[in-house]
Design a protein. Structure first.
Length: 171
């Protein structure tokens, strides 16, 4: 067994949907804002915004905005094969890789966040915070693709609650 550590974590979930739909849900503006973000912008290396249905590509950059959080996440697409895997820079210091593998009627989605610094702040905010966050968001993706429902909070404004990101499971 591989030892657990603070410099990375892996989350896995089986989803009953075709691989193309799952990849679309991550790798287009239309897809990622349907279950995850309030706003997403993908920008080509020459500075052009991608159309909502256009797939991400290696070298593109992104700007993400969430419901119930006023900040932005900015990063770069470091890998994208157009069908079953991609990787991005994340949280200014680490990477997130997502891969898809057909397993019978399901697709196994594996998300790995790695190169996480191991100082105390990063252990709390990146390792703990992102690990909890991705657990919820992967469940939300499954609920959306399999049942057409969203579990994340969009009606109640939680932005003024200092611990909302640590206490609410669906933020």
């Amino acid at each position: 067994m591989t030892a657990l550590s603070f410099d990375s974590f892996t989350k896995k979930i089986y989803i009953k949907a075709n691989m193309e739909k799952i990849y679309w849900a991550w790798c287009t503006t239309e897809g990622i804002t349907s279950w995850f973000l309030s706003k997403a912008t993908y920008i080509t290396p020459d500075g052009q915004s991608k159309a909502s249905q256009e797939m991400i590509a290696e070298g593109d950059t992104y700007i993400w905005e969430w419901h119930n959080w006023d900040g932005q996440e900015k990063g770069t697409i470091t890998k994208a094969n157009g069908k079953n895997s991609f990787e991005i820079t994340f949280a200014n210091v680490c990477k997130v890789a997502v891969s898809l593998k057909e397993c019978g009627d399901d697709v196994l989605l594996t998300l790995k966040q790695y190169d996480i610094p191991t100082d105390d702040s990063s252990k709390l905010n990146i390792h703990y915070g992102c690990s909890n966050g991705w657990t919820f968001w992967l469940a939300n993706l499954k609920a959306f693709l399999e049942h057409g429902i969203l579990l994340n909070e969009t009606k109640n404004d939680l932005r003024n609650l200092p611990l909302a990101g640590f206490e609410f499971v669906n933020i």
